[in-house]
Design a protein around this ligand. Structure first.
Ligand code: MG
Length: 266
């Protein structure tokens, strides 16, 4: 695994050019923190700062967990897994089939609502969820170096596959407390709305199998082959999450590049 500061560093790697680059989106091509921060500010306005802070804490902790490789020891692993397990009682879809949708903002908002005394109704959760995602869509923009990277891909005729995790947008029932029901197509449609600016030849979204599920990566490998890659060496994987983006392709023999921005926007 190589470490780079931004995707533009790939331009200067002295190795034969890949046929395909499979790139993560959030925190790799897109400044998701700027979007998330705007989302948190927006929900503080319609709830209160404590509520918004709790939702933010859950996000930051899950991102940290995602960045930590499953092979690394991490003192907070148990606390992380307990938090993720606490989402399950609120999720009413087929958990065997779709798993625990840990990136579902609605679930974090449900937890914050129950802790802070808000009634977790369909109307409340829908309003807070939509306020959050609308602000994210407006503020999560491409990193400044992304256009240079895209221009290089075009010049070198390198295929870009965007591989992005699921936002796990869920349907919210009318029960009180509401139940959260994941439906892959709806979540996919939702995510596609904010991926329009990325000139990818193909976009793979983690609905229903999310990174780092092997099935998700098998789909990326198949797509890379269809675009002409003849061996793993011709397909570079790039992302900011070791555990989410890179552990699996590295195990499967693909070159992997970890994006560690010198200064994260948050
Ligand atoms: Mg990412």
């Amino acid at each position: 695994m190589y470490t780079i500061a931004t995707v533009a560093d790939l331009i200067h790697i002295s190795a034969s050019k890949p046929t395909v680059i499979a790139a993560d989106v959030d925190h790799t091509l897109v400044d998701f923190d700027a979007g998330h921060e705007a989302g948190i500010k927006a929900i503080a306005k319609i709830t209160d700062p404590k509520f918004a802070k709790r939702v933010d804490e859950i996000f930051q902790f899950l991102v940290l967990g995602n960045r930590t490789s499953i092979n690394e020891s991490w003192a907070d692993r148990e606390r992380h897994d307990a938090l993720v397990a606490s989402f399950i009682p609120h999720q009413a879809h087929d958990l065997k089939k779709y798993g625990n949708r840990k990136w579902s903002r609605e679930t974090w908002m449900m937890i914050a609502a129950l802790e802070l005394g808000y009634e977790p109704t369909q109307a409340f959760l829908t309003k807070v969820r939509d306020t959050y995602w609308d602000a994210v869509a407006e503020h999560a923009l491409l990193f400044p170096e992304a256009p240079e990277f895209f221009a290089w891909l075009k010049r070198e005729k390198i295929v870009l596959i965007a591989m992005t995790g699921s936002d796990s947008v869920v349907n919210i029932t009318q029960d009180t407390p509401a139940k959260l029901v994941y439906e892959p197509t709806a979540s996919w449609d939702y995510k596609m709305k904010r991926l329009g600016k990325i000139p990818a030849h193909k976009i793979l979204i983690g609905d229903p199998h999310d990174k780092p599920h092997q099935e998700f990566f098998n789909g990326v490998y198949r797509a890379a082959q269809e675009f002409g890659a003849q061996s793993p060496a011709e397909v570079w994987f790039v992302g900011d999450s070791k555990g989410g983006d890179l552990d699996v392709p590295e195990k499967d023999g693909y070159p992997t590049f970890l994006v560690k921005r010198e200064k994260l926007s948050k």
